[in-house]
Design a protein around this ligand. Structure first.
Ligand code: ZN
Length: 448
């Protein structure tokens, strides 16, 4: 039923990345989590080699996993049976048999590489963005460096996890819907793209990176498409694959899959990824939706444009501030400190993905626009006629904030971001410790 479609296409047209560079937020977490920081270096292994070595076991595992998904997820689109992974004892179609079974973009690059922190230098040869991503380069990636790894080389788990935690933004979830204009989207079983603009390739990943789990039931009743989001599926898929890889003794892929799942948990820490229009009450959402249905779309288009601009401004500011902190080696910066592990993590439970992990920033998101309105220039966050990304204002954003609202405004933004990142640190540590715990009782598949 799509009578109450919020015409969300605009909402995601500008961008769908939560924190534009997840390495910035993952690294301080895993570098202070002893189980990752102190883990022995592992041998780099290509995906094909991993698949070949585990072909039979993978067939059984993915089969059981699919049944589990069908039974346990908040919302799921069952994987069509024809896509099930079949062991053939052959390298033929090996990678595509796998990508279709886990329903990711078969053109994903999945090279052996590391993404470095700002200012980091390594011996390995540099590779360009086109070698790691299917997407067009973006200015938010300015200065991001990648280096190539060779099979068999030893690499630190914390580097693998922090690198992999950005990878889902490099094309894995692009084009997966029937109207995405891709061969694979037609057969993956996700139907038409529930929201976002199907004509913009990077926008097609939105329903995999945004999870709307906490709306009032009346909102779902009118806008059922809002239920069709898949971060919980991705987190479970990669968490369980990570556990499988560790079990099979293929630790490099254990860490890499762990990083993939961590990406979506990172996305959750941005309120703009867990609610359709942060700041709008249920009543307001319904009001603008109804106006749209009866032929007055302006209120809704405005709400969506404002949400999009605020989303972009928030993540651009965060990325600039953290990049600068790393370049200055200022590890005492509050955003980095917020991610640093101090105590024990909450014990993971499967239902936490929906009930806790995505709830934290949802609760914090209701008044985030107030802080943005206070700290940012009016036209960046409060003028629906403006598309922020067209202002060319990104690189000077920190200075602009200081000019607009002084140290107070600047610090208010840092405080908000710090608070959100603390949530990611708790959620991420809980997820990682669950994967690494010897006693896997909390991951018991009967419990959900
Ligand atoms: Zn994402």
């Amino acid at each position: 039923m799509r009578i109450f479609c919020f015409a969300v296409s605009l909402m995601f047209s500008a961008q769908v990345f939560a924190w534009s560079n997840h390495t910035l937020v993952t690294y301080p977490l895993v570098a202070t989590l002893p189980q990752v920081r102190d883990a022995a270096p592992v041998a780099v292994e290509s995906l094909d080699s991993f698949l070949m070595a585990n072909e039979k076991a993978l067939e059984t595992f993915l089969d059981q996993q699919e049944s589990w998904m069908r039974e346990n997820l908040w919302h799921y689109a069952p994987r069509p049976d024809a896509l099930a992974f079949k062991a053939k004892d052959s390298r033929k179609d090996l990678r595509s048999r796998f990508t279709q079974a886990v329903r990711i973009n078969p053109n994903a690059k999945l090279p052996l590489y590391l993404q470095l922190l700002p200012g980091d230098k390594r011996q390995q040869p540099e590779i360009d963005f086109a070698s790691v991503s299917t997407l067009a380069d973006s200015d938010s990636l300015e200065g991001v460096q990648f280096v190539q790894l060779m099979p068999g080389a030893k690499v630190a788990p914390l580097d693998v996890v922090s690198t992999a935690s950005v990878e889902p933004d490099y094309g894995l979830d692009i084009g997966l819907f029937t109207d995405s204009n891709t061969d694979y989207g037609k057969v993956y079983g996700f139907g038409e793209q529930p929201f976002g603009n199907p004509n913009l390739d990077y926008s097609t990943q939105a329903p995999f990176h945004m999870g709307f789990y906490h709306e009032a039931s009346i909102v779902y009743a009118f806008g059922g498409f809002l239920k069709r989001t898949y971060p919980e599926y991705r987190i479970q898929l990669y968490k369980q694959l990570s556990e499988f890889a560790f079990n099979q003794g293929h630790d490099y892929w254990g860490w890499r899959f762990m990083g993939w799942g961590l990406h979506y948990i990172g996305d959750f820490s941005n309120p703009y990824h867990v609610m359709p229009v942060p700041g709008n009450s249920t009543l307001e959402t319904l009001r603008v939706g109804l106006l749209n249905i009866i032929g007055f779309p302006t209120a809704q288009e405005n709400a969506i444009q404002l949400a999009s601009n605020r989303h972009t401004v928030l993540e651009n500011f965060q990325s600039l501030v953290m990049t600068q902190a790393y370049l200055e080696q200022n590890l005492e910066h509050p955003t980095i400190q917020a991610l640093t592990r101090q105590g024990e993590a909450r014990k993971f439970n499967n239902h936490h993905i929906v009930t806790v992990m995505s709830q934290l920033s949802y609760d914090k998101g209701h008044d985030i626009h107030n802080v943005l309105e206070r700290a940012m220039p009016e036209n960046y966050v409060n003028d629906p006629a403006v598309e922020f990304s067209e202002l060319n204002a990104r690189t000077s954003l920190q200075e602009t904030v200081l000019q607009t609202s002084g140290e107070d405004g600047f610090n208010a933004l840092i405080d908000v971001i710090t608070d959100l990142l603390e949530g990611f640190s708790d959620n991420g540590a809980s997820y990682i410790e669950a994967i690494l715990s010897v006693d896997n009782s909390s991951n018991d598949q009967s419990e959900s």
